[in-house]
Design a protein around this ligand. Sequence first.
Ligand SMILES: [Zn+2]
Ligand SMILES: [Zn+2]
Length: 327
Amino acid sequence: MEILSILLEELLGFLGITQVLEILKSGDYSAFRTYDGIASLIYPIIPLLLLLELVVGLIYKKPQIKVYKVNFLIYIFNRFVGRFISIAMVAFCIGLFSAYAPFKTSNTWYWFLYAYVVWEFGHFIYHYLGHKVRLFWCLHSTHHAPEEMNLSVTHAHFFLEAPYADTIRTTVCILAGVQPELLFTVMFIDGTYGAFIHIGENMIKDARFGFLNKLMLTPSHHRVHHARNPLYMDTNFCNLLNIWDKVFGTYQEEQKSVQIEYGITREMDSGNFMDVYFGEIVALAKDVAKAPGITNKFRYLIMPPGWSHTGEHKTAKVVRRAYLKNR
Ligand SMILES: [Zn+2]
Ligand SMILES: [Zn+2]
C-alpha cells in the first residue's frame, strides 16, 4: 500500500494540485486570494494542458509516442537525481551576491518590469552559452533532442541544467539589485510561460498569435528555436520578452516557406533515453580523445558544437551563412 500512496503523491505533485487540495481541505478559501493561492491555481494549468494535448494527439492519430515516452523517462530520472540542487543554488547565489548589488528594487510595477528584463538577460546568457559552448551544450542538448513538439518537451532536461541555468539567472538578477521576492515572482511567471511555449501543433497549429508575434516571444518563435533547419538554428534564445534576441541579432520569425524540422543535427536515436540524455557527452568525449594536443582537446570543450580541429567547422554559424549565401 505504501507504494500506492507514494505513486499518488507523485501524481498529485506532477499535476501541481497538492497545494490546491491543501487549501480546499483547510476550508479557508480566502487563501485563494493570496499570492500563493493564485499561484496554486496557475500551477496545474500546464500539466493539465499536457494531458489534454496527449489525448488530442491520440484522437488526431498523431500520438508522438516516441517524444512522450523518452520525456516521461527523463521526468522520472530527474525526480530521483538533482531534485534539490537547483533550489540550493538559488539560495546560495542570493546569499553570496546580495551584498554586491549597487541598489535594491522594491515591490512596484516598474521594478517588476525591470526585474523581468534583467531576468531575460540572465536567461539569454545561460541559453546562448548552452548553444555556443560545447560543454554546456552537453547539458542543454537533451532539451533539443525531441523530433516533434509537445508540452512534454518542457520536462526534457539534463538534471544539471536547471542548477546551471538558475545560478546564472539568479546571479545576474541579484547583482542588478532585484530583490528575492520579485525574483521568485518572475521565476514563477517565466517557468509557467516557458512551459507553455512548448505547446505542439496538435493543440495549436499556427502559434504566431497575430500581432503578439511582433511584441513578445510566442510558441511559434520557440518552435523555430527547436528547429535544426539552417535558417532557424541558434535563434530565439529568449523566453517571454524577446528584446535581447532583437538587441543581439538572434531574432528569427517562422517562415511559411521553411517548414520546421525539430531535433538536433547529430545522427541519433531520439527514442533512446541513453542517447537523448548522455549522447552529446559521449560524442564530446570521443572528439576530445582523438584531438591532437592538449590545446585542441581543451578547445573542443569550450568551442561551439560543430567546431573541428581540422578547420572543417560545421557550427550553426557556418551552416547558416552557407545557407543564406546559396538561397
Ligand atoms: Zn535551446
Ligand atoms: Zn524549449
